[in-house]
Design a protein around this ligand. Structure first.
Ligand SMILES: Cc1ncc(COP(=O)(O)O)c(C=O)c1O
Length: 390
């Protein structure tokens, strides 16, 4: 092929982001399922339960009504107002609905936030381990993800000291915090989060708080960064607490001066968020009691794993405070968690995610279990792992 023609087919450097390895585990698990293996799925971070009945009914009514058109770019006004009310009910915060932006899942929120806050080349700090798309979206946008090491000893919390040490070495433009966090399920209490935000903002470091697992807290109630700073950007979603992963709807709470720039970005990038999903999302808030029942299921699952995994041979993990994950150190069995997860899948028919997805440095020592399915499946997983390791 001619050099010029070859060039036409060459993807941009910025598109060269790593894959999400959990998808490989999912594909292998699906193959086993197709052969009749009845795999226990603990690899994917998504609830097994459906959206609240109120959300489904609202979407059905809207479909029956007929036309589904575009909405306002910032979101349907009544949904933005309902989200603002959620802050009054949950965090005792009087939030102006004008600061709420409806997004295409929290994933859409990250793209908007990173574009609105950072210039190409900006360095953005992330806790390591952490949710992989933070670093991959940043690099696709030409920013530099800067991994800050955390450890089990400090409950995987990003420390202000480590952040500032990195900032002194070379300036940091922003930091992403997540509590409860993925993959560890650990949380920062309000004081620790407040300290981190104050220290960062005093240095001119912008704070983005990923609050997607709020509502799924077992140890103590999560505090929103919106209550701690009017300058922080908060990102949230209907995917996890409200079991609406496939609906692709989330929201941001942004400082007032950023509303219009984010509106302009979203106008151009996607016009508006899917209308049916916004209608369902507004009604989801009325399904709170149903979702609390789902949350009680996660709590039961968490108990089954915290008691059962050590008996099965996996002893090194923290009893996570929130979300639906346990992050286990498997270094006594392997130096290759991808191989460990593959063998566990093949021999025990339990699918989990290798830590290397979340931590390019130490992830070969860890695997992540997601416990968002039934209690019976959790018991079955423990029995199978015990048999396999035993
Ligand atoms: C920490 C964290 N943030 C964001 C997301 C993205 O979720 P969504 O785009 O469905 O809101 C996930 C999904 O697993 C996650 O674990």
């Amino acid at each position: 092929m001619l050099e010029a023609a070859k060039h036409l087919l060459t993807p941009s450097k910025r598109s060269n982001v790593p894959p999400f390895m959990v998808m490989d585990v999912m594909a292998a698990a699906a193959l086993l399922d197709a052969k009749g293996a009845r795999v226990v799925h603990m690899e994917v971070g998504q609830p097994a339960a459906p959206a609240p009945a109120t959300a489904i009914a609202a979407a059905q009514a809207a479909l029956a009504h007929g036309r589904i058109g575009y909405t306002e770019t910032l979101g349907i006004p009544s949904l933005r107002a309902r989200i603002a009310r959620h802050y009054a009910d949950t965090y005792d915060l009087a939030l102006d609905p004008a600061r709420v932006v409806v997004t295409t899942g929290s994933s859409g929120g990250f793209i908007l936030a990173f574009l609105a806050l950072f210039e190409p080349g900006d360095r953005v700090a992330l806790a390591n381990p952490g949710y992989p798309p933070y670093r991959h979206i940043l690099s696709a946008l030409g920013c530099e993800p800067v991994l800050i090491e955390t450890s089990a000893e400090t409950r995987w919390a990003l420390s202000a000291k480590a952040l500032i040490a990195e900032h002194r070495r070379k300036p940091i433009a922003g930091v992403v915090v997540a509590s409860p966090a993925n993959p560890t399920g650990t949380m920062m209490d309000a004081d620790a989060l407040s300290r981190l935000i104050s220290v960062a903002e005093a240095e001119g470091i912008r704070v983005i708080s990923d609050e997607i697992y709020h509502g799924l807290d077992y140890a103590f109630a999560a505090e929103t960064a919106a209550n701690l700073s009017e300058r922080a950007v908060v990102i949230n979603s209907f995917s996890k607490y409200f079991c609406m992963t496939g609906w692709r709807v989330g929201w941001m709470v942004v400082p007032e001066p950023l509303v219009r720039p984010i509106e302009r970005l979203q106008q151009n990038l996607s016009i508006s968020v899917p209308t049916l999903s916004q209608i369902a999302a507004e009604a989801a808030f009325e399904g709170h009691l149903e979702m609390e029942e789902v949350k009680r299921g996660y709590l039961e699952n968490r108990g089954i794993l915290i008691a059962g995994l050590p008996q099965a041979g996996l002893t090194k993990f923290l009893p996570a405070d929130g979300a639906f994950y346990l992050y286990a150190d498997v270094s006594e069995f392997t130096s290759d968690s991808f191989k460990f997860a593959s063998e566990m899948l093949e021999k025990a028919h339990v699918a989990a995610t290798p830590g290397i997805d979340f931590d390019p440095v130490h992830g070969h020592r860890f695997i992540r279990f997601s416990y968002a399915r039934s209690a019976d499946e959790m018991r079955e997983a423990v029995t199978r792992i015990a048999r396999w390791l035993g």
